[in-house]
Design a protein around this ligand. Structure first.
Ligand code: 2M8
Length: 449
């Protein structure tokens, strides 16, 4: 195990190594492009090193924004090793006039963490010299219309019925690809018999990395082929619908309201509003209105413990699963004190962070008591450092500094292996997935600052 100073130095070194100049790849082999919420976490980490460089990450991402305001989940870098589905498979600019001519992007989104990064950058630049301050503040002002357009897109197109919950079109949009949250909705995704799935790049990229168990070991850490067939089929359906929100919402097999992304969005609205307020920019009241609407939406899904649920919009039914997404109210706040206490008790209970077998007391992506729990397979059990970061951040905001401190310490203990893995086996502490993964290094940097 490394000292904390060594961990911070190594995290900075990892981010530098994954930097392709204004664009940090999510992981060099497995994810050789820019991912949207990864970029936001990267910016949060980089803000501790250079506010200017952190902002550049967001500028690169938003330069790929669609005319609708959507920020795509992948910005492809032209010289990277192959990744599937790549630009040809998405074919965004061929089928959708709203996609930018360049760079090539995917046609879906990811959770809107970006405003949290903007807030961090503005905080960080306070200690910079006057010239950097002027530069960064000027660039935040310049980015403001794009940030507002992103938030307005989410409200207008992804919550057309005013539920205060964001509609998503693919498990990839949640960022938690194969979480048991989506098992029910995916059961309704039936690829056409004529559909030929393309070759997966993920399992091969991972088998080449320093993972235990070779190809079989790496396959066990990823979604199954049956899952992937559905993921690929949804891309096909989205492409056929021209990535048009109205057509997609009418035709797609998979349509879900994502409670975790909605809670992030509620908090993001508030964070962005403070930035707008500080810099005298337009839209502050509107952003606060978004925050109130989405907080109400999230709290409206909770049970008596304060635990939240996604909503299957195709079947009009709550998806009550024991996954980390249930703790969404700790991100947006607003639970009455008694229920917030119950939710914290649940988080600390043996079903979650208090499980006696855990190597580190941070929440597994799925509760070890849930039938769907799998300690190895991706979002079905392993622990994910950026999710810990979100909860730590949320706990602090909800007025729970002790719980936040405990989770921060446990997260830093986990990251003291210096590997900065994509995710970790909850019981053995073994590092899994992409490595070094930029967002794991980024959250270490931020937590250590
Ligand atoms: C994972 O998602 C990509 C697809 O977008 C994949 O599996 O290939 C998820 O963990 C997602 O949350 C993350 O942003 C992405 C890159 O780290 O990888």
């Amino acid at each position: 195990m490394r000292t904390r100073t060594e961990v911070a130095a190594r995290a900075a070194y990892v981010l530098r190594g994954n930097d392709r100049g204004g664009l940090t790849v999510a992981a060099p082999r497995l994810y050789p492009h820019m991912w949207s919420w990864d970029a936001a976490f990267v910016a949060i980490g980089l803000a501790r090193l250079s506010a200017s460089r952190a902002l550049a990450e967001l500028e690169t991402l938003f330069a790929a924004q669609w005319r609708t305001g959507m920020v795509p989940h992948i910005v492809f870098s032209p010289d990277a090793p192959p990744y599937e589905p790549g630009p040809d498979r998405w074919a965004c600019r061929d089928v959708c006039p709203d996609a930018p001519p360049a760079p090539a992007t995917s046609g879906i989104l990811q959770p809107p963490v970006h405003a949290l990064a903007v807030r961090r950058i503005l905080d960080a630049v306070r200690i910079a010299d006057a010239a950097e301050q002027r530069d960064v503040v000027g660039r935040i002002r310049a980015l403001w219309p794009a940030l507002l357009a992103w938030h307005r897109y989410l409200v207008a197109r992804r919550d057309p019925d005013g539920r205060g919950l964001l509609t998503i079109y693919h498990g990839w949009e949640s960022g938690m690809d194969n979480s048991p949250r989506w098992d029910g909705p995916y059961a309704g995704v039936i690829p056409s018999p004529q559909f030929t799935p393309f070759r997966r790049s993920d399992v091969h990229a991972l088998a080449g990395a320093a993972t235990g168990g070779g190809a079989a070991g790496s396959a066990a850490q990823r979604p199954t082929d049956a899952d992937y067939r559905r993921y690929q089929w949804l891309v096909e359906e989205l492409r056929r619908a021209g990535y048009d929100d109205a057509r997609v919402q009418n035709s797609l097999d998979f349509l879900v309201a994502d409670v975790f992304a909605s809670a992030i969005f509620a908090a993001a609205g508030e964070e962005l509003a403070t930035v707008g307020d500080e810099l005298g920019l337009e839209g502050v009241d509107e952003l606060l209105g978004h925050a109130a609407r989405f907080r109400r939406g999230v709290l409206g899904t909770t049970d008596e413990r304060g635990f939240a649920a996604d909503l299957d919009l195709r079947r009009d039914a709550f998806l009550r699963m024991d996954t980390i997404a249930g703790f969404a109210p700790l991100l947006c706040g607003g639970l009455e004190p008694a229920r917030q206490r119950r939710l914290l008790e649940l988080l600390a209970s043996p079903a979650w962070c208090g499980h006696p077998g855990l190597a580190h007391a941070v929440p597994p992506s799925t509760s070890p008591s849930a039938p769907a729990f799998d300690p190895v397979r991706y979002w079905r059990g392993p622990q994910w450092p950026p999710m810990n970061w979100l909860l730590i951040w949320g706990l602090e905001r909800c007025g729970e500094p002790d719980a936040a401190y405990r989770m921060r310490e446990a997260t830093l203990d986990q990251l003291a292996d210096g590997v900065f893995a994509e995710y970790y086996h909850p019981f053995t502490g073994e590092p899994f997935g992409g490595r070094p993964q930029s967002w794991s290094a980024a959250v270490a940097l931020d937590l250590l600052a």
